[in-house]
Design a protein around this ligand. Sequence first.
Ligand code: HEC
Length: 104
Amino acid sequence: MRLSLMSTFLLFGFVGHALAEESAAQADKDAVNIFNSTCGWCHQGGGRAAGGIGPKLMDSSRSDEFILNRIRNGSEGKMPAFGGNLNDAQIHALLRYIRHLKPE
Ligand code: HEC
């Protein structure tokens, strides 16, 4: 009895972990789509280039907090706030996307 309870816990732990990893991978894929459909109008080249309405995001020297905050709250008159439309996982995935941008 004790043993089977243990293995149930182990199984749940394992499945939970696998699901978390899968959803992180899915969130990263979603981030590319979100960026292209929602941010790319203003941030050119998928965020790699300057010259659009918004600044270049690749190699940003801003802190994680700054970037998360900018995506959530926007910048008055310049960039819309996305905190109402995107959930926390999506906003963090966008931060990862921005951090991992490489020249094409
Ligand atoms: C309507 C155009 C527009 C859209 C759409 C837009 N942005 Fe912006 N973004 C801007 C502008 C303009 C700024 C500069 C704001 C400022 O300096 O006050 C900016 C700034 C930023 C910054 C801070 C850059 C820095 O170094 O100051 C980040 C990060 C950012 N945007 C990410 C995003 C993401 C992610 C999305 C999509 C969810 C997005 N933006 C959608 C126009 C836009």
